[in-house]
Structure formats: C-alpha cells, structure tokens
Design a protein around this ligand. Structure first.
Ligand code: NAD
Ligand code: MLT
Length: 526
C-alpha cells in the first residue's frame, strides 16, 4: 500500500510505517496542485498538515485513495464533502496539539498585555525604554472565549489560574459543563459587552466565517484586546484593522490570518498587533503526538483495524468492533436482500432496531444497510463513507428508529423499503450473537441464512411444490443447501426460500415460473 506524505511530518510517526513491510511511504512536501493531482492517483492514503489543499479537483483525480489523514485538527484545507462523495475517509488527530495551542494562546495574551515582543525588539536595538512599554495586568480582567471545545477549555483553565473571570459563548455546550469549568455561558452580545479580552477557538465554517466583523466590533468594550489562535477568517481582518485604527480595539495578538501568509495585511505593520506565523501547534511535543496518532490511525484503517477520528464515518470503539462486525454483516446482507427484492426507484427506507442490538450506535448499522441496498443497484464505488451521501443524492428518505423490546427475538432489524407506493419488508436477527438469519420477508416468517445464492419464490401452498422445484434444479445439477417456507394460512399464498450452491440461469427461472402453482421466482445474490 502506498502512502503519500505531502507536508513535513515528525519522524516519530514515520517510524510506524518503517516497521510494516506492506507499506511504501513517499515523502514529497510542497508539491504544486497540478503535480499533486497527477501523483495522487498512485496512493491509497495521503497524510497532510495545513500546507496541502485537498481540493475537489484533486480529490476527484484520486482514484485509489481511501484515506486523507490530517496530522492536526482543522480540516478547512480538505473538501470533506467531495471526499465523502468519492468514498474517501477523512480523519484528523484532535487533541494532539490542544495543549500547545492553549499555551500559545496564553503566550499571546500575556505578550499583548505586557508588550513583550515590542520591548524585546526595542532592547535588541540597544534602546532602554521603560515608559513606552507600560502594560496591564490580566488579573481581575474578563476573558471572553468564543468556542469552548478542547482548546477553549484549556485556555479557560489557565486563564482562571491567572485570576481572570471567564465568560464563554458556545451554542453547543451545556450549562452544566460550563458550570463545571467555572465559566459563565452567555450569548455573543453579552460576551462582547463585558470582555476585556476576546479569544476565538471555533472551527472555521460557513457559520463562523467573519463571526467577528464591523458590526461585532461596535458591540465591544472600548479598549478590548483580541486574540486569534484558531483560524484566519473567523475574524474579518479588514474590520479588525479599522477597529485598531479607531482605538476601539487597543491591541490584537494573531497566529492566523485570512491570507496565508498575510503578506499584504496592514495588521502586520501595526505596533499594537503581536503576530506569529501559525505556530499554535509548533512544538516538538504536539508535532510528535499528531504524527504518531495519524500514522497509527492510517495504518489501522488501511489494514482493517478500527477507524477512529474520521469525520465522515462514525467511530467504532476498538473494543466494540468484534461484537459489532456480525451485526454489520447482517445489516448489509439484509439491505442487499431488500434492494434486490424491489425493482423500482426507492423512495423511503424505514429501519427499526430492537433488543440487544441497541447496545451499539445504530448510525453505522444504518449506513451498512444503505450500502447493502445500493450496492446491487450501482456500478461500483459504494462504501460506508459515501452510502448516505449517495442515498441522499438519489432522494431516498431514511427514517430509523429504536424499540427497546423485541417481541420474539433477542435482537431484530426490520427494514421496510417503499418503492413506487409498494412496500417490501425484510427482518433479520443474530442467533447466539453470531449466526445471522432472515426471519421475515414481507408478512411471511421464514428462517434462512443470508449468504450466497437464494432462490425466492411465491407459490400456492399445495402439496408437491418442493418435489417440483427439486426436480428442475436437480436436472441442472443445482444443489439445495437449505430450504424454508412461510405461509399465512393453509392453502393460501406462501413463500419458499432456497439456499442454493450454484447459480441458476434465466432459462431455469423461466422453467420454474412455468410450473404449476408458482407465482414468481427471483434469484438473489448476497
Ligand atoms: P473543538 O472542536 O474541540 O472545539 C470547537 C468548539 O467550537 C466546539 O466546542 C464547538 O461547539 C464550538 N463552536 C462551533 N461553532 C461555534 C459557533 N458558531 N460559535 C461558538 N462556538 C462554536 O476544536 P479545538 O481542537 O478546540 O480547535 C479549535 C480551533 O483551533 C479550530 O479552528 C482549529 O482548527 C484551531 N487550531 C489552531 C491551531 C493553531 O496552530 N493555531 C492548532 C490547533 C487547532
Ligand atoms: C491544526 O488545525 O491542527 C493547527 O492549525 C496546526 C496545523 O495546521 O498543523
């Protein structure tokens, strides 16, 4: 397997690949986009930091790529939607550089308060100017934190130990968690009104782009100080420059900028702006941690191990994967069966889970079902990453639900597919947690193994059907491995499900269809 490393990565991570003989690692940093677009076709995985831009164009050319591994947190340099559409896992290493970035934020906050970079530069210039660099204490001041995730939380803890009061805005954080952290949750307006310092720690998304702009600066306290150690673009650099010019903002400390590098930004020239060139994660410890994490994760994911920290597929806890695997297989087979039983465009898919299966995250099981349904319909390229994206594109409405008690089985998966106003139902279970069975098709109870080739027929419940079908298959040397029947009442309509060892031709199916009391027949491949 070939892995491309397109940004500088700590040797500590690369070491893991050297121990595996199945991997060939190519380190090629700073490739122009056109070269990367050609080169990427040869790789199963790419490991990047923030330097490589995985655009839609490059991703579409990546025909063999299975994983984009980001050594770091932010994935704003990856078109995650394009990767999902192509079935490529995007994973990052959240947490590896949290402490380093929180420390960088504190370093910037203190530098800003005590004019350390400016005083340093002045003394290096042989000037002894003590008046010019009069600072302020952070003790007793209010720090407004926007985004109280991993880094925001670590910043809060450190700032509290400096005697600062913390207010925070994070619409996804519970009041309880904020209370535990000794932080007061507020809305954005409230935060702007009371903060002496404001630091941002959200991801850069459509919603957070220019979260702080001209309008927001107007709502702030006069003399506020701004810190951005998250992503350029969360703060509107132009509006920040104006706010600094007007004196509304008395100083800013920035690690990230809208343009990277910020060659033309007037912010760089301002005396009251402390700047670093995106150094938040630039410590030996952080770089080692993210490199080790991403290399381990990519090796695991490419060798069938647990997939963790993926942004476009649910994480399967390593300890659960062994128990989950038989359910995943059952779900995919049941989905495939349901998909092959219907011939029209699928409109709606209803899935319900009950019993022991509820111990698992049903999202990944639903994805397996959808993958199973779409696989026989689509040419190729459907996997757990893109199954839901493709289902959405095809206008399939997916409704899944959980029922705590399963009436007849210890665990049960029920799939109802609506296509052209007709509904088809299949249900399955795992006996003794390992043996998969189809237990219901439409209204008929059956007991069939969802494996290999299945011949499914509707017939009238009369004597002689088994002999009739057995004779036709026997003539063609087709062995019957298993048989199950279901009926609603004696002499009424019934279903026959046969597991067979060899494929049947259309001619044989036609012969079965001509037999007396056979209503329909279909060969299913699972
Ligand atoms: P995280 O996912 O742990 O935390 C992000 C927080 O932002 C979450 O709590 C989320 O609820 C909150 N959030 C999302 N949208 C929001 C909104 N509209 N308003 C307020 N809060 C919102 O991420 P993290 O690991 O703490 O990283 C935070 C940021 O720091 C990211 O942008 C990341 O890319 C950046 N980062 C920068 C460096 C660096 O070198 N400067 C290093 C690491 C991370
Ligand atoms: C991150 O998102 O992890 C940081 O910005 C550091 C980096 O880009 O490597």
């Amino acid at each position: 397997m070939k892995v491309l490393i397109s940004d500088p990565l700590s040797e500590e991570g690369l070491k893991f690949f050297k121990e595996k003989k199945d991997f060939q690692v190519v380190v090629k940093p700073k490739m122009p986009p056109e070269e990367l677009k050609k080169e990427i076709k040869n790789y199963e995985a790419i490991i990047i930091r923030s330097g490589t831009k995985m655009t839609k164009d490059i991703i579409e050319a990546a025909d063999n790529l299975k994983i984009i591994g980001r050594a770091g947190t932010g994935v704003d340099n990856v078109d995650v939607d394009a990767a999902s559409r192509k079935g490529i896992i995007v994973m990052n290493t959240p947490g590896g550089n949290t402490i380093s970035t929180a420390e960088q934020t504190m370093a910037l906050l203190l530098s800003l308060s005590r004019n350390i970079p400016q005083a340093h530069a002045s003394l290096k210039n042989r000037q002894w100017d003590r008046k010019k660099f009069m600072g302020i204490e952070v003790y007793g001041k209010t720090l407004g934190i926007i985004g109280l995730g991993r880094i925001g939380t670590e910043v809060a803890k450190r700032a509290l130990s400096f005697g600062m009061k913390i207010v925070a805005y994070d619409p996804f954080l519970s009041v309880e968690r904020a209370r535990q952290l000794k932080v007061e949750l507020t809305d954005l307006k409230g935060l702007f009104k009371v903060s002496d310092y404001i630091t941002v720690h959200t991801p850069l998304t459509e919603k957070t782009k220019h979260l702080i702009g001209e309008k927001e600066f107007k709502l702030m306290k006069f003399g506020v100080r701004i810190i951005n150690c998250a992503r350029g673009g969360i703060i509107d650099d132009k509006a920040l420059n104006e706010a600094l010019k007007s004196g509304k903002v008395v100083g800013a400390a920035l690690d990230v900028y809208e343009a990277k590098p910020p060659e033309k930004s007037p912010l760089i020239e301002r005396d009251n702006v402390v700047v670093t060139p995106h150094l938040g994660a630039s410590t030996g410890e952080a770089q080692e941690k993210v490199a080790v994490d991403i290399c381990r994760q990519v090796i695991d994911a490419l060798t069938g191990g647990p997939v963790v920290n993926a942004l476009n597929i649910p994480t399967i806890e390593p300890g659960l994967s062994k128990d989950l695997e038989p359910y995943m297989q059952l779900c995919e087979k049941l989905g495939s069966l349901a998909g092959q039983l219907i011939d029209n465009k699928i409109e709606e898919l209803k899935i319900s889970y009950s019993g022991e299966i509820l111990n698992f995250d049903s999202k990944i099981l639903t994805i397996a079902i959808v993958k199973g349904i779409l696989k026989p319909i689509l040419e190729s390229g459907i996997n757990l990453v893109n199954a839901l994206v493709i289902a959405k594109e095809r206008g399939i409405k997916i409704i899944d639900s959980k029922e705590s008690i399963s009436q007849d089985f210890t665990n049960l998966i029920r799939i109802q597919v609506k296509a052209d106003k007709k509904e088809t139902q299949v249900c399955g279970t795992l006996f003794t947690k390992t043996e998969p069975r189809i237990v219901k098709i439409d209204e008929y109870y059956v007991k069939a193994v969802p494996e290999g080739l299945l011949l499914i027929m509707h017939n009238i419940d009369v004597p002689g059907i088994v002999g009739q079908i057995g004779t036709i298959l026997g003539k063609q040397n087709i062995n019957i491995a298993g048989m199950t029947f279901g009926r609603l009442k004696q002499g009424g309509k019934a279903i026959s499900v046969l597991n067979i060892d060899n494929p049947v031709s259309q001619a044989v199916i036609d012969e079965i269809l001509r037999s007396k009391n056979i209503l329909d027949a279909k060969l299913i491949k699972l």
